[in-house]
Design a protein around this ligand. Structure first.
Ligand code: NAD
Length: 368
C-alpha cells in the first residue's frame, strides 16, 4: 500500500430521530455552555423551535437574518449580537446557510458551535468557512469553525420540500464523487465516500417517494454525514471548483448547480480515473452503463434539476462560463466546454470510461 496521511476533522456526532429535542440541552451542558446564541432562519425557528426551546435559560439570544453564501455584513451583525448577549456558544439549526453564519462568527470569536443540520449540505462536519463580500466568495479552512457537536435528527427534515431534498442530496453525492476523483485521496476517506454514495443512492429515491419516511430521512442524513466527512479531509476537486465559479459569477443556486453538473463532471472523471468511477457506478447502480449515466438517471428519478438553463444561466453567458470554469479548475477549454454545454442543455452525459469487467473491484468497496 502506498504511503498516505489521514487526518480527520472530528466533531462529536449524536445521531437519531428526536435527539435534538431530547439531548440538545445535555450536549450543551457537556460543553459547559450557559449562554447560547441560536442562529437559524425565521422559518427554521418556526419548524424546529422545540429543540432550541429545550435549552431553557441557556438560550441567550436569536439571530434569524441568515442569508445564503454568508454576506460579510450578515456575519458582522451575527457577531455583534453574540457579543451583545455575551454568548459562550453558538447553536445553528438549518441548512448550510445557517451553519455558514455560525462558522463566520466562530472564525473571529472562537465560540464553540453546536450544529443541528436540516439539509444534506454537510457543512456541519467540515472546517471550511465561506464569506461573500463585493460579489466574491472567499473560503478558507480553520479548526475554529468546525462544530464541536452535531446532532443529526431526521425528525427536523421531514418537512424539507422535495425539490430541496433532491438538490441537496445530489450536493452530498457531489462531495463523495469529487473526493473519489482526487488522485491523492487516502483509502480511509475513499471508504467514507463510497459508502456515502451507496447510502445516498438508496435513501434519496425513498425520500423522494415519501418525504415523511423517517427511516429514509435518517439514512439520507447518514449519507450526507459520510459525504461531508469525506469532503472535509479530501478538499475540493474539479467539480466543486466549477460549481464555485458558477455560483459566484452567475449567482446560481448552490445545491441545484451541484445537482446539474455532477453527472457531466463524473463522465469527465471517468476518462482520467476509470477504476474509481467504476466503484462509483457499482455503488450507485450496477446495471447502469456508467457512473455518469447512473447519476443523471438518479437526479431525474428524484426530481433534481438537470439543466443549467433551468437555473437561470443565460445561453449568452455560456461562453464566459466555460472560460471562467477552465481558468479556475485547470480543466482544458475543450473539456469545460463539453461539460458545460451538455449541462446547460440537460443532455444525457457522455461517459469517457466504459463499465468494463467490474468483478475484480467487488471485493474492495462493493458489498457482496
Ligand atoms: P440553505 O441553507 O440555503 O437551505 C436551502 C433552503 O432550504 C433554504 O430556503 C432553507 O430555509 C430551507 N430549509 C432548510 N431546512 C429546512 C427544513 N427542515 N424544512 C424546510 N425548509 C428547509 O442551503 P444549503 O444547500 O443547505 O447550503 C448552502 C450553503 O452552504 C451555501 O452557502 C454553501 O456554500 C454552503 N456549504 C458549505 C459547505 C462547507 O463545508 N463549508 C458545504 C456545503 C455547503
Amino acid at each position: 500500500m502506498r504511503r498516505f496521511v489521514y487526518e480527520p476533522a472530528c466533531s462529536r456526532v449524536v445521531f437519531g430521530p428526536g435527539v435534538a429535542r431530547r439531548e440538545l440541552a445535555a450536549e450543551c451542558d457537556r460543553l459547559g455552555l450557559q449562554r447560547v446564541l441560536l442562529i437559524a432562519t425565521a422559518g427554521e425557528l418556526a419548524r424546529s423551535g422545540a429543540a432550541p426551546a429545550s435549552l431553557g435559560g441557556r438560550l441567550a439570544g436569536r439571530f434569524t437574518a441568515v442569508r445564503t453564501h454568508v454576506p460579510a455584513d450578515t456575519a458582522a451583525s451575527a457577531a455583534a449580537i453574540a457579543a451583545e448577549v455575551a454568548a459562550d456558544g453558538l447553536l445553528c439549526v438549518g441548512g448550510g446557510a445557517a451553519t455558514g453564519t455560525a462558522k463566520a462568527v466562530a472564525l473571529e470569536s472562537g465560540l464553540p458551535i453546536v450544529a443541528v443540520p436540516t439539509t444534506y449540505a454537510g457543512s456541519e462536519v467540515t472546517p471550511v468557512w465561506g464569506l461573500t463580500e463585493g460579489g466574491r466568495k472567499r473560503t478558507g479552512r480553520s479548526a475554529a469553525v468546525l462544530p464541536r457537536t452535531v446532532l443529526y435528527d431526521a425528525e427536523l427534515t421531514t418537512g424539507l420540500p422535495a425539490a430541496i431534498s433532491a438538490a441537496s442530496g445530489m450536493n452530498a453525492l457531489a462531495h463523495c464523487v469529487d473526493t473519489l476523483g482526487l488522485p491523492a485521496t487516502d483509502p480511509v476517506t475513499a471508504l467514507l465516500a463510497i459508502e456515502g454514495v451507496r447510502v445516498l443512492a438508496t435513501s434519496l429515491p425513498a425520500v423522494a417517494g415519501n418525504g415523511k419516511d423517517l427511516a429514509a430521512r435518517t439514512a439520507a442524513l447518514y449519507g450526507a454525514y459520510l459525504a461531508g466527512s469525506a469532503f472535509a479531509t479530501a478538499g475540493s476537486g474539479v467539480h466543486h471548483k466549477a460549481c464555485h465559479v458558477l455560483g459566484g459569477r452567475f449567482d446560481l443556486p448552490h445545491a441545484a448547480t451541484h445537482a446539474v453538473l455532477l453527472p457531466h463532471v463524473a463522465g469527465h472523471l471517468a476518462g482520467a480515473n476509470p477504476e474509481t468511477m467504476e466503484h462509483v457506478r457499482l455503488a450507485l447502480d450496477p446495471s447502469a452503463a456508467s457512473a455518469a449515466t447512473a447519476l443523471h438517471a438518479l437526479a431525474g428519478r428524484i426530481g433534481a434539476p438537470l439543466a443549467l438553463r433551468d437555473l437561470g444561466l443565460a445561453q449568452a453567458d455560456l461562453a464566459e462560463a466555460i472560460r471562467e470554469v477552465a481558468e479556475h479548475t485547470g480543466l482544458a477549454q475543450v473539456d469545460a466546454s463539453r461539460i458545460l454545454r451538455a449541462a446547460w442543455h440537460g443532455a444525457t452525459p457522455e461517459s469517457a470510461g466504459s463499465p468494463g469487467d467490474a468483478e475484480h473491484l467487488r471485493g474492495r468497496w462493493a458489498r457482496p
